[in-house]
Design a binder for this molecule. Structure first.
Ligand SMILES: [Zn+2]
Ligand SMILES: [Zn+2]
Length: 453
């Protein structure tokens, strides 16, 4: 490859860490998060649930690179969107190419659908995706600059049933994790019917000096993206939007019919939803159905407005990105926020591990022998645990208790000589001597007896 010359590299302002002495302490970047041991059981639970549900509804897993060409997001997410203008991690790589850490999943999935010719597959193509996204926004409670999303997309299906499948899956995801949610839903129509609505909306804001009362951002939005006036959270903008015309009243026949069918299904399925005329979602590519999943605060009502996820239909995007005309819809759920909600409720998690057996040893010779027994049991499929770094039997049995082991096997000097092992029931404390050759059969028998209890 010829070397590229004359590429103007951006000179980033690098904050120098003053190294007065060699032993500076590093800490994680602002807005970034470590996941420590105790939190991981929640991750395991949520990711298992996500994967299980996605497969049950016929979605297949896909992964895309964390880095993409910046233009992909400028074109799909939208040059004027907050994500692209304010929040992306963008830099020039060593070849002079402008690349970004992905701020959302959909653009990559649309790219992959087109690039791999997935329109040749039987339609619809249903995919799910789990991974980190990056947004350099203001860190606040429950929001991180690296966040994990569970994302589902359906390509090649225009019918309302596709929208419903996504909403149902999202709803079940939270219900089955015992998080109370309400679906917020709206239709923002198609290009055609939205035009008429936007004229009415602008007329409304120009009436009686409403425009001058808007926040600074909204004064810009009114020119660039007036639909977003509706979802501004500023108090004065909330006041101004009261009595604003609602887009559902301006839907064309086919958009209205589509939306009504979605709602009929939701009624039929007994899904808790709220028709929210102000819900528009921030991105340019949405049309027709848009929805969000809000946590219901304990006092009742979804007033907390903590969106745990959201999505919608984007029928024009695949074509706009250079593919064939392909109707599509999708949604994403924030895993960190979901876990925060689960933890707030203090629901005790059942161990998914099943019956654990702990192998304890006493003395150097016994430890050596215990290694061999441990490997034999583990390979035979038993859930066996150990603390070979510990010498004290008391400490080892405490560990067995801590992890909730059903039985402990104890191997000492005497047992090594005899070819036996002690079998200790951790609940009753009753111990018996067992022949080492019969360990597996005896464990099997005891576990089965235990199940019968
Ligand atoms: Zn329409
Ligand atoms: Zn505003």
């Amino acid at each position: 490859m010829p070397r590229r010359k004359n590429i103007k590299m951006q000179k980033p302002k690098i904050k120098e860490v003053k190294e007065k002495n060699a032993s500076i302490l590093f800490s994680r970047l602002k807005g970034m998060k470590d996941i420590l041991f105790d939190e991981y059981k929640y991750w395991d639970l949520v990711i298992k649930k996500a994967t299980e549900l996605a497969r049950a509804y016929g979605f297949r897993r896909i992964e895309t690179p964390v880095l993409e060409n910046t233009k992909l997001y400028e074109r799909s997410t939208g040059k004027g969107s907050d994500i692209v203008t304010k929040e992306m991690y963008t830099f020039i790589d060593k070849n002079g190419e402008k690349i970004s850490l992905r701020p959302e999943a959909t653009p990559s999935l649309v790219r992959a659908y087109i690039e791999h010719g997935m329109f040749n597959l039987p339609q619809p193509v249903k995919m799910f995706w789990l991974g980190p996204i990056f947004r350099h926004d203001k860190p606040q409670a429950g929001r991180y600059r690296q966040a994990t999303q569970f994302d589902l997309e359906i390509f090649g299906e225009e019918a309302p049933v596709a929208d419903v499948l996504l909403i149902l899956l999202a709803y079940n995801f939270f219900c089955e994790l015992q998080v109370n949610v309400q679906i917020q839903i709206n239709s923002i129509g198609c290009e055609e019917c939205r035009k008429e609505y936007l004229v009415k909306l602008l007329e409304f804001y120009k009436e009686r000096g409403r425009r001058s009362k808007l926040c600074g951002d909204c004064k810009k939005r009114i020119v660039k993206n007036p639909l977003r006036l509706l979802d501004c959270k500023e108090e004065k903008c909330l006041e101004a939007r009261e009595e604003a015309p609602q887009i559902v009243d301006y839907l064309c026949d086919s958009c209205r019919e589509h939306f009504i069918k979605v709602l009929e299904y939701l009624d039929e399925l007994d899904i808790n939803y709220n028709l929210n005329p102000y819900l528009v979602r921030g991105l340019d590519y949405y049309n027709r159905t848009v929805f969000e999943i809000w946590a219901i605060e304990e006092e009742g009502g979804a007033q907390g407005k903590l969106a745990l996820g959201g999505g919608g239909r984007y029928d024009g995007l695949v074509k706009y990105m250079g593919g064939r005309p392909t109707p599509a819809c999708g949604f994403a759920v924030g895993i960190e926020r979901t876990i925060t909600k689960i933890r707030e409720k203090n629901i005790p998690l059942k161990s998914e591990e099943g019956d654990l057996i702990f192998l304890a040893q006493l003395g150097e010779q016994a430890r050596r022998k215990a290694f061999a027994i441990f490997e034999e049991l583990r390979r035979a499929g038993f859930k066996v645990r150990q603390a070979f770094t510990k010498d004290s039997l008391k400490v080892q049995l405490e560990e067995a208790n801590r992890i909730g082991a059903k039985f402990s096997l104890i191997l000492g000097q005497k047992e090594v000589m005899d070819g036996t092992i002690l079998f200790r029931d951790m609940d009753s404390g009753i111990q018996e001597i067992v022949n080492q050759k019969r360990i597996k059969e005896d464990i099997e028998k005891k576990l089965n007896l235990n199940k019968g209890k």
